[in-house]
Design a protein around this ligand. Structure first.
Ligand SMILES: [Fe+2]
Length: 257
């Protein structure tokens, strides 16, 4: 794929070319259009609150300042994939780690690594919601406290909520997970009626395998962000021990080649 992480200047600003601003603008306009009627109202409120537009690639520092003001959350530019302990530690401080490079035109529709469009357009709007931030913070703290042997199942929880979560709202099922919201193909699949929609259940999440390289065969549906916060009232360590003892539920996909 050959993407290089961008580094900030002394003022913490990242330089994006006119072509990169144009790519951002096209991605933004296309997804905002596709999301109509399919995305959680909390998400759209977040886009407005952050002042995200099609004009240009947003600056991490500006998004960070806005989140701090709105919900006490923030973002931190990271060079590449970071170790789980560092990832959980940032989340525990309500800081979301974000990649800063932007995809090139040949990857408009699909990119394997998360770029700044996925990170800011996908992840940041829900971070304006205090309950969602409480969940992210508690998730980070819980994962940190449990340590290595529990990370794998904790990543499943992250995957089926922060990345690929759906929620029930007045108009019907709506997406809030960044992997759906920021991806044309995932969104089309999620609203196609062909994917399984499962009521959110923490034990089931811990026992459900996923693949990162296919559209998701199933999604978990929450009632509200408060439900996610409350789910972490449980003795998560004991639940994961039990999930390990019970074993994984049958996969809804073929094993990766
Ligand atoms: Fe993500």
């Amino acid at each position: 794929m050959s993407y290089e992480s961008k580094l900030p200047d002394a003022q913490g600003r990242y330089a994006y070319s006119a072509e990169e601003d144009a790519v951002w603008g096209e991605l933004f306009a296309r997804q905002m259009d596709a999301l109509q009627g399919h995305v959680a109202p909390e998400y759209l409120a977040g886009v407005r609150a952050l002042g995200l537009t099609a004009d240009k690639v947003p600056q991490i520092a500006d998004v960070d300042a806005a989140l701090a003001r709105i919900s006490g959350a923030g973002v931190e530019g990271v060079p590449a994939i970071i170790p789980p302990s560092q990832f959980f530690a940032l989340l525990a401080q309500r800081k979301f780690p974000v990649a800063t490079f932007l995809r090139r035109r040949e990857h408009m529709d699909y990119i394997e690594e998360p770029d700044i469009f996925h990170e800011v357009f996908g992840h940041c709007p829900p971070l304006t919601d205090p309950a969602y931030c409480d969940f992210v913070e508690r998730f980070g703290k819980t994962a940190l406290a449990l340590g290595k042997g529990y990370s794998w199942r904790m990543f499943r929880l992250f995957w089926f909520t922060v990345e690929f979560g759906m929620m029930r709202s007045e108009g019907g099922l709506r997406a809030f997970g960044a992997g759906i919201v920021s991806s044309p193909s995932e969104l089309a699949h999620a609203v196609s009626g062909r994917a399984e929609m499962l009521d959110f259940d923490l034990m089931e999440v811990f026992r459900t395998p996923y693949r990162i390289d296919i559209v998701q065969p199933c999604y978990f549906v929450i009632e509200s962000f408060d439900q996610l916060v409350a789910a972490l009232d449980a003795d998560v360590g004991a639940m994961i021990d039990e999930a390990k003892r019970l074993g994984d539920l049958p996969a809804r996909f073929d094993a990766a080649a």
